[in-house]
Design a protein around this ligand. Structure first.
Ligand code: OOG
Ligand code: MG
Length: 262
């Protein structure tokens, strides 16, 4: 760790307030270039602690920057991990208030729900599939607190990987009943196709993203508990949305899920 505890607490409070007040900021590494990976996750952990202390429930975990399309769009070269909250959970077909957000974008994702705990190191696709209860389609709304979505990996990890809102729905299908690599994914905005891909866009197999999360947590002495919702990461580039937009995601065999922006 390169930052002292007081700086970690201060940056967590600052970034969380940016989220809660829908206020953007230059990336935090501009003022703290010495920040390391441990500092970045320590800031994210402190944001989580603040939320829990205020009564917020953590309702799932997320993998980010797991597809080449996303890494290329954001100019980074490795995945990151974060969490999603109760107030971020939107019902299928539900509304997202843009006034609460800075510059929202949507991403099509495959969501996993576990039935057994997963713990790294050495977690692999097979272990993930064996521990998965079912998979579902999900749309994640990301809303980086950084001005114009300009960040580096450490800044975005500290900012809970741009997590904001999400919806899951459609059909809950056991993971062994579909080939998650060839699963077709179609993202539509206002009836037009804005993203097209197959599951393999996520690290060759979406379960590899969940394995990477388990290995990341394992290195910190933590695990993915049974019954956890995990967003495995945007399959295509993220697409900007504004009030009035309607977004629908269709995933082969898994049905569809949608949200409206007001
Ligand atoms: C970081 C979050 C990325 C995903 O699915 O790739 C993410 C960002 O692009 O702002 O959630
Ligand atoms: Mg995402």
């Amino acid at each position: 760790m390169k930052l002292d505890q007081a700086t970690i607490l201060k940056l967590a409070e600052y970034l969380e307030n940016c989220e809660l007040n829908a206020q953007d900021t230059p990336k935090i590494t501009d003022d703290h270039p010495e920040m390391d990976w441990e500092d970045a996750y320590a800031i994210q952990d402190e944001i989580k602690r603040r939320k829990i202390a205020r009564g917020t429930k953590i309702v799932g975990l997320k993998c980010g920057l797991t597809s080449y399309a996303k890494m290329k769009q954001m100019g980074v070269d490795s995945p990151c991990f974060g969490f999603v909250t109760d107030y971020g959970s939107i019902s299928d077909g539900g509304e997202v208030k843009c006034s609460e957000l800075i510059h929202p974008k949507v991403e099509p994702e495959i969501a996993f729900i576990t039935k057994k705990a997963l713990k790294g190191p050495g977690c692999h696709i097979g272990a993930v599939l064996a521990a998965t209860d079912f998979v579902m389609p999900g749309i994640e709304v990301i809303d980086s607190r950084y001005r114009d979505f300009k960040f580096d990996l450490k800044s975005v990890i500290a900012d809970n990987t741009s997590a904001s809102r999400f919806v899951v729905g459609g059909n809950a299908i056991p993971a062994d009943q579909v080939d998650l690599r060839t699963l077709g994914v179609i993202l539509e905005k206002n009836g037009e196709i804005v993203g097209l891909a197959a599951g393999a866009a996520v690290l060759g197999h979406p379960a590899a993203a969940v394995a990477a999360l388990a290995n990341h947590l394992g290195a910190r002495g933590e695990e993915i508990p049974a019954g956890t919702l995990i967003l495995s990461g945007g399959v295509t580039e993220a697409v900007a949305v504004k009030p009035g937009d309607h977004v629908n995601l269709r995933v082969q065999h898994l049905g569809s899920v949608s949200m409206k922006f007001i």
